[in-house]
Design a protein around this ligand. Structure first.
Ligand code: PGA
Length: 250
């Protein structure tokens, strides 16, 4: 089994281009020569070009937090796959719970975006996760499988290789409440089993499943040292270079 861990920073609606540049200037020396894991930064759209230029030639990739599914068109405020690629970015988040919660992104929209990202050779990080009421009602497995089936509709095993999944329990995002390693591992096993049903055992074995939700330097190893957890999607603790570097070096 050789899944390379991916540690990703989701900066959400934080950091101007100057702040993003300052982060990268401080961060790159902290992770220079770090080849054990892949590292990716997801800045806001206005900082993307700055971050792409700042990480050029380094071991750090850059991507968007959200991308539209259409090739182009009258979609005010949106960013296309071609625009993402034209600035030199390589990754995109898809279906983050904040997109689902505040911008009405459905599994159908997530699915369209996934098709578009794969078509353009962009590495998609597809985010799924249950809300607290769903966990408390014992519906976590059902919610995760429904989200996965929706996201992966019409995706073939041949096209699926670049896909990364991020399991982010919504109740753990930005709350300081982290899933226990056992909870995360159980969820990842459910997700991997569903991927096996949808796309076959080989893809399920190879696909990376990240954990996200209040990952910090203090709990990074507890989570990332589990064989079933293939990386982290980090919000709050990714905003400071030393804290994100500490997570990268868990
Ligand atoms: P958090 O955010 O690390 O601040 O909980 C994670 C995310 O939303 O991806």
């Amino acid at each position: 089994m050789s899944r390379k861990t991916l540690i990703a920073a989701n900066w959400k609606m934080y950091k101007t281009p100057a702040e993003a540049q300052a982060f990268v200037d401080a961060f790159l020396p902290l992770v220079a020569g770090h080849t054990r894991d892949e590292i990716a930064l997801f800045p806001s759209v206005t900082s993307l070009a700055t971050v792409v230029a700042a990480v050029a030639g380094s071991n750090v990739a850059a991507g968007l937090q959200n991308m539209h599914f259409a090739e182009e068109g009258a979609y005010t405020g949106e960013t296309s796959a071609a625009m993402l690629k034209a600035v030199g970015a390589t990754h995109t988040l898809i279906g983050h719970s904040e997109r689902r919660q505040y911008f009405n992104e459905t599994d159908e929209v997530v699915n369209k975006k996934l098709h578009t990202a794969l078509k353009h050779g962009i590495v998609p990080v597809v985010c799924i996760g249950e809300v607290l009421a769903e966990r408390e009602a014992n519906h976590t497995a059902e919610v995760l499988c429904t989200q996965l089936r929706g996201a992966f509709a019409g995706i073939t095993a041949e096209a699926a290789a670049p896909i990364v999944i991020a399991y982010e329990p919504v109740w753990a995002i930005g709350t300081g409440k982290t899933a226990t390693p056992q909870m995360a591992v159980e969820a990842h096993q459910i997700v991997r089993a569903e991927v096996a049903k949808l796309l076959g055992a080989d893809i399920a074995e190879a696909i990376r499943i990240l954990y996200g939700g209040s990952v910090k330097p203090e709990n990074a190893c507890d989570l990332l040292c589990q064989a079933e957890i293939d990386g982290a999607l980090v919000g709050g603790a990714s905003l400071k270079p030393d804290s994100f570097a500490a997570i990268v070096k868990y």
